[in-house]
Write a protein that binds this ligand. Sequence first.
Ligand code: SF4
Length: 393
Amino acid sequence: MDGKHSLSATNLAVYQHLDCDLYIHNVYNGSSQGATDTSTSSPSELTKAQYKRGLDWETSLYSWLDRSQLLLKVPSMPLEASSLLENVQADDRTHFFITGLNLWPPQAKLAEMFAHARTEPFNFGLAKPDLLEIKRTKDGVIGWRVLDAKASKHVKVYLALFFILQGTAFSLADLFLQTSHHIQIYFYTLCLKYLLGHPFCHADDSAGIWLPPKDGFHTSTPSFEDIKSISISLLAPAFDTFLFKELPRILNQPYEQVKWHYNPLCHGCKYEPECRPRVQKEGGLGSMPNISIDDAKVLKDLLRLSDVSAPFNESLTDIEQLHDLFAKPRKLDIILGRSPALVKKSKQILAIPRKRMKRGPILSPLVEAARENMVQVSSEVPCHVLSSHTPIY
Ligand code: SF4
């Protein structure tokens, strides 16, 4: 393994998008195979197109702000908080946006948050917020908030659940933003709150994602109406717990115990070339094609329940456990009696035909195909690697 690195806000956003502990563990600790940004995993055409669209939107937004006399460009090099303040104070506009910011996170202040959470601190990399919005009041107070320009709109249902659980009203626009965007703006705001802790500076309680106009940024100009704001105090409890409590635990886990699941999102991950053969070798659920993270959770629940009712042989892989379970109709009937919805959902995921031969074994084409692929490698795999108790795959 490589030496320990640091985590950037972009790493955190990718982690939330991929929903994979192994990704962030690899970024920080170095992967077992030493994959780097220049690994053989080239991004898909879709990923490249999305990346280009994001850059085009940023360019279009900055140039519009510039033409509107609303942009202050600072040199793209790590800036001291004092230099940032000097730049802001030297600008007499009442409303403008700063771009090009590069700031080192206040590690000593963040270390206090780790200490409060009683976890081992880790280093954060250079913070590069897209935009800092500045509004100066008549009495000279500098109000600020962080904005990120994002060209993509994806629905993440759990964000809606988050709002519901918090008892907070939310708009449809909120649903079109990913929490992966929010972790970035939250982290930048956290850092800047410490760095700009000056009596004449006032942090707004919101941060925002600046989306392109609905009919496209090639035909319409950007609008302040497309800034989707979110309350920082609303995000703080969940993200502070994640950053200072949960993340240190994930980063310090031994490699073999880190949670991961090979799934369709992996095609955009730089560690895909090492995870693909690993999942096949270890017979994880991801050795079946297109098993999403949610699907894997359902199947894991099914295996857990089955294991409680009649423990599996510990040397069986997840794929073999599924085969074993469906090949024994009596065992499956017990689970069916306890949790019919779970069995029904699992059968759907595994493409098991609704009708079956009386008392005969039930075969999933997905499980059987994955087993056949495993046959060539399973003889090389030591039993402990095939243990069903290896966490989540
Ligand atoms: S390829 Fe998939 S399983 Fe592997 S680290 Fe990336 S997201 Fe996680």
